[in-house]
Design a protein around this ligand. Structure first.
Ligand SMILES: C[S@@+](CC[C@H](N)C(=O)[O-])C[C@H]1O[C@@H](n2cnc3c(N)ncnc32)[C@H](O)[C@@H]1O
Length: 353
């Protein structure tokens, strides 16, 4: 067997470092929470040694596939090291400063503390909440600034690897358009947040025209800042509700959507899928990524249950048992496939010709 390259060793070391940093941060913050906000920690499902081993194995598999796909040229290897490190270092103290408010919100079970200046009529009712007990929900610049780092810590440095799992099915789905080479290919990332998936798509497919939509103006501002600091064409960002998107029918060849569905009630999930179907041209594809579900990852049930208990995720419990395949079919999609990678499940579905 050939010796691993220096780059592979560097990537492995980086991932290990992120895992250790994520675990250390959580350990310390939980200890502080117990002192300063006793009662904020909910009763958790116990995680036994076998499950910890299983989690480690699953993380290793994720790292391996992430490396293999970079080696195979699905995306440049530089993607594996992509992060605004300096920005994150500057923002890390903000994550700590924000924590006492989060603990209090958790302790008092306050889940609808949204900034007063927000015009509530502009948003669906389910959106006006402090998902993950996040200060201001998704509705302030402060929330948008620290979001990426919070997610990175939450998933012990695997968030971007999980997002990257949309790239291979996306590229496969776009193959026929890429080989035709005649018209401009348009791809929309639905609920793009701070634009990390857009950046990944741009680096894997620099020739396509990219669009991003989200309900949060603050998150889009952050996305714009992040994307414009990277090389690549201008990405068109639009504020809007994924249930009723402001684009013409059949105007995209592909759509992606990452980590949205677990934050939607059932009817909104179906509405978003119906909209995705409408926006795709016949032959186009949808690649959807979100949390794993009970059905295909039963051994991770305690982790899923804890996620919903620790963080304010009001629709997660329903999401993990929802039949997304059936919803996709109901919207009109066909050739539906799915696969799981660590904590993420990825669906690919076609709009029939
Ligand atoms: C968990 S974040 C995921 C963001 C991003 N895709 C990522 O990978 O980090 C959920 C995102 O969905 C957005 N969102 C929630 N409901 C939405 C809706 N109905 N329409 C558009 N965006 C929505 C939020 O503003 C937030 O940016």
């Amino acid at each position: 067997m050939a010796a691993p390259s220096l780059k592979k060793i560097a990537y492995h070391t980086l991932q290990q470092g992120k895992t250790i940093a994520g675990l250390a941060h959580k350990e310390l913050s939980t200890k502080l929470m117990e002192v300063f906000a006793p009662g904020a920690a909910p009763e958790n499902f116990p995680i036994n040694q076998d499950l910890i081993k299983e989690v480690r194995r699953s993380m290793e598999n994720l790292e391996n596939i992430d490396w293999r796909e970079a080696e195979a040229g699905v995306y440049p290897k530089s993607q594996l090291f992509e992060a605004p490190w300096l920005e994150w270092a500057k923002k890390y103290p903000l994550v700590w400063l924000d924590m006492p408010q989060t603990w209090q919100r958790r302790r008092k079970n306050k889940t609808r503390e949204i900034p007063k200046i927000v015009n509530e009529e502009d948003y669906p009712e389910y959106y006006l909440q402090n998902f993950h007990h996040q200060t201001d929900g998704y509705l302030s610049d402060h929330s948008a600034e620290i979001y990426d780092l919070q997610v990175e810590i939450l998933f012990n440095g695997t968030a971007d690897s999980m997002r990257r799992r949309v790239l291979s099915p996306l590229k496969r789905g776009l193959k026929k358009y890429l080989s035709e080479g005649s018209k401009k290919i348009k791809v929309l990332d639905v609920a793009t947040g701070t634009g990390r998936t857009l950046q990944q798509i741009q680096s894997a497919l620099p020739q396509i025209e990219l669009y991003g939509l989200d309900l949060s103006g603050s998150y889009l501002k952050q996305a714009s800042k992040y994307l414009s600091s990277r090389s690549g064409d201008l990405v068109q960002l639009t504020k809007g509700n994924a249930e009723k998107m402001p684009y013409a029918s059949a105007s995209f060849q592909a759509l992606t959507c990452v980590f949205l569905f677990h934050e939607l009630p059932r009817d909104a999930r179906q509405n978003v899928l119906n909209e995705c179907f409408r926006l795709l041209e016949p032959g186009g594809i949808l690649v959807l990524a979100d949390s794993i579900q009970i059905e295909d990852s039963p051994k991770f049930t305690p982790i899923m249950e804890n996620f919903h208990k620790i963080f304010h995720e009001p629709y997660y419990r329903d999401y993990i048992v929802d039949n997304i395949n059936l919803r996709l079919e109901k919207s009109g999609f066909s050739s539906i496939t799915s696969e799981s990678h660590f904590m993420t499940k990825v669906w690919k579905a076609n709009k029939p010709v």
